[in-house]
Write a protein that binds this ligand. Structure first.
Ligand code: KG4
Ligand code: ZN
Length: 339
């Protein structure tokens, strides 16, 4: 079989990323430029700033990805790009770059859904992983339990009805004065806290794999307001640990419920929140107990990156013949089931 090289381009939020992947599984380069520091002052991503930085970063990131991989433009077989969901102005920058290169190089353009990309990070980490499996996707914008039926074939089993898990982390972090993004710092603080110190609510819906994280977020905010008003001292590590446990318990329980009901023996993690230390440990233990294989990409593959987009593009092209014309548009909101 001929070796296939895929260039993956990602620009849906504040990371401008480009990567080259061999045969959908081996990362030859993975370049990530981020405008994160510029957004910190504002407590969240400012779309206009993100777009401007993408314009600045995108071509240098692609050049660097090709150089680091030791390949020439003419060696590339597919140009994969995120077309949604995400910030529309940000997506359009990566999309324009991908279209221009696909046209100039005369290579097929492959449209990739951002969540499909996150899930595909598992194929890079685990050479032998094949669908079907259940994937828990938790990021700043999404919390989904996905039935990965086949390459490029997805069914959403459960989703958040309000805030995404990462969004809840970011909001809690802001209320505690810990800055943006909240996930990494809350994760770190939680390591020194007592997860049973405060009982925050865990929401379960009957006959559903859906999530709700706005209740736990509000409970934390109310706890902080009350403590402030009464002049009580707050243990930030205890608040972080108790909040984190409430979120992780529900994420993990629903994901394992889905695996059991589908009769699968594989469960995977994906998305920015998948870097969370306690989430990884909790799911690993549960998987061991149930005799299920557990897959979790390295943190560099959990964050937004181009390699996951290239992996997804490879399978979309090879297994599904999914290609796009130069009229491909970006979509701020698009479901993984609509691919
Ligand atoms: O997937 P991602 O990089 O971007 C989106 O597609 O949204 O996810 C970013 C989210 C942020 O909300 C961030 O706070 C969260 O992932 N995150 C974490 C951790 N690292 C990043 N959440 C919990 N624990 C972490 N260690
Ligand atoms: Zn993402």
């Amino acid at each position: 079989m001929k070796d296939i090289l895929t260039l993956g381009i990602e620009s849906s939020c504040d990371e401008t990323a480009a990567a080259v992947v061999l045969n959908g599984r081996t990362v030859l380069s993975n370049v990530i430029s981020t405008s994160l520091d510029l957004h910190k002052t504002y407590g969240g991503v400012v779309p206009e700033i993100a777009s401007r930085k993408h314009v600045e970063f995108v071509m240098p990131a692609i050049d660097e990805a090709l150089n680091k991989a030791g390949v020439k433009a003419s060696d590339i077989d597919y140009v994969g790009v995120t077309y949604g969901p995400g910030l529309i102005g940000a997506l359009l920058v990566g999309l324009s770059a991908a279209k221009s290169l696909a046209w100039a190089w005369n290579k097929p353009l492959v449209p990739v859904h951002h969540i499909e990309g996150h899930i595909s990070a598992n194929f890079l980490q685990y050479a032998d992983l094949e669908p079907p499996f259940v994937c828990l996707v938790a990021s700043g914008g999404h919390s989904h339990i996905v039935n990965v039926k086949d390459y490029g074939v997805f069914e959403i089993l459960g989703r958040t009805r309000d805030d995404a898990a990462g969004e809840a982390y970011d909001k809690i972090s802001r209320a505690l004065g810990l800055g943006y993004p909240g996930g990494p710092v809350v994760d770190k603080m939680a390591a020194d806290g007592n997860p049973d110190a405060i009982q925050f609510p865990r929401v379960h819906f009957k006959d559903s794999y859906d999530f709700s994280f706005s209740g736990v977020k509000t409970a934390v905010l109310n706890y902080l307001n009350k403590a402030n008003m009464q002049g009580e001292e707050i243990s930030i590590p205890d608040v972080c640990a108790s909040f984190q446990s409430a979120v992780i318990d529900v994420l993990s329980e629903n994901a394992f419920k889905a695996v059991k009901e589908l009769g699968y023996n594989k469960i995977a993690l994906a998305g920015g929140v998948a870097s969370n230390r306690q989430l990884r440990e909790t799911m690993e233990k549960e998987a061991d107990k149930r005799g299920i294989s557990f897959y979790r990409p390295a943190p560099i593959l959990c964050t937004d990156n181009g390699a996951m987009i290239a992996a997804a593009a490879y399978y979309a092209a090879e297994k599904k013949q999914r290609f796009a014309g130069l009229d491909l548009n970006a979509f701020a909101n698009v479901s993984i089931e609509e691919i």
